[in-house]
Design a protein around this ligand. Structure first.
Ligand SMILES: Cc1ncc(COP(=O)(O)O)c(C=O)c1O
Length: 307
């Protein structure tokens, strides 16, 4: 286990650190995080690597179908699979354990992006035991900004180049991925507090609160003409996050408008070939705040955002 400043650090270590040849393929889903996609894109431009994208339906398809769609794209040139445990775009829970098993049978390593899995879903060996695993601790664990983990299983430890060059003596240890220069240790020391709080709340209660807030948003928004829900709310298919499309307002403009006019922060993400609005309350979000968001989105869906 290497301590890192964030999940991006692990994404970039694994995606940039494997020796790949021109024509080798990296397989990924179409809801991967922008920094993962930027690293894959750079490998394509720099090394002639080919990115193979598996499209995901929104709302999510049956998990077996999702797994099949990914596994059937593993080919003889696949050298890495990049998959989120929970996608940032729609909150979809991806079948990483199933895909990882199929990949392992073919000798292909998988990088699990657990930025939204860590602290939210139970840690299973199929996820934590992936050849490469990266997570940040500032999201659902509620740890300090500037803390993350990256893990590598053998035999990949000695096959992966670190992002920041290490000394020869560090080759066989995770310390080779921790050579990112002088940095503050206070955030890591404060993790004890975050772990305590997380444990006291309990993962189940945290998840229940997030799913409750999301269900509240979804019930109101889903009943509104001109608003489409892009997340399947079934608890085995998604967690915490809700993606929507509003017919009268493109997602990026709508997100800007929500901040400018209502001081409500949202994000946008690519979902099924278009940009969607991504709503992500935290445990401390109140019912009143959810109602304020729903009212603003209802007005945008009815009147648009240019009146
Ligand atoms: C799925 C996913 N992966 C990776 C990241 C990057 O996390 P960090 O900012 O800790 O690098 C994020 C951040 O939002 C994310 O949603």
């Amino acid at each position: 286990v290497a301590l890192t400043p964030n999940a991006t650090h692990g994404l970039h270590t694994a995606i940039l650190g494997l020796d790949l040849q021109r024509g080798d393929e990296i397989l990924h889903g179409d809801q991967e995080y922008s920094r993962a996609m930027a690293a894959i894109g750079q490998r394509c431009r720099r090394d002639g690597v080919i990115a193979v994208e598996a499209p995901l339906a929104a709302p999510a398809a049956d998990p077996d179908e999702v797994a099949r769609g990914l596994i059937e794209r593993i080919g003889s040139r696949t050298r890495l699979i990049v998959l989120s445990q929970v996608t940032c775009a729609t909150g979809q829970i991806l079948p990483v354990a199933e895909v990882g098993k199929a990949a392992a049978r073919r000798g292909v390593p998988m990088l699990v992006d657990a930025a939204h899995g860590f602290g939210l879903l139970p840690p299973t060996s199929g996820v934590l035991g992936a050849p490469f695993y990266t997570a940040c601790l500032h999201k659902w664990l509620m740890g300090p900004i500037g803390t993350g983990v990256f893990t590598v299983q053998s035999p990949w430890l000695t096959r992966l180049w670190p992002l920041h060059p290490a000394d020869d003596g560090q080759e066989g240890s995770a310390a080779k991925f921790e050579q990112w220069g002088t940095h503050a240790v206070a955030p890591f020391l404060a993790l004890d507090e975050a772990l305590d709080l997380h444990e006291r709340l309990g993962r189940a209660l945290l998840r229940a609160r997030l799913d409750h807030l999301r269900a509240q948003m979804a019930a109101a928004l889903g009943a509104h003409a001109g608003i489409r829900l892009l997340t399947d709310l079934a608890p085995d298919r998604s967690a915490a996050i809700l993606a929507i499309a509003v017919d009268r307002a493109p997602a990026v403009e709508l997100s800007d408008w929500l901040w400018r006019e209502h001081r409500i922060h949202t994000a946008t993400a690519p979902v099924a070939g278009a940009r969607a609005l991504r709503l992500s309350p935290h445990v401390f979000t109140s019912g009143g705040e959810i109602r304020r968001l729903v009212a603003a989105l209802g007005a945008a869906a009815t009147k648009g955002i240019h009146s």
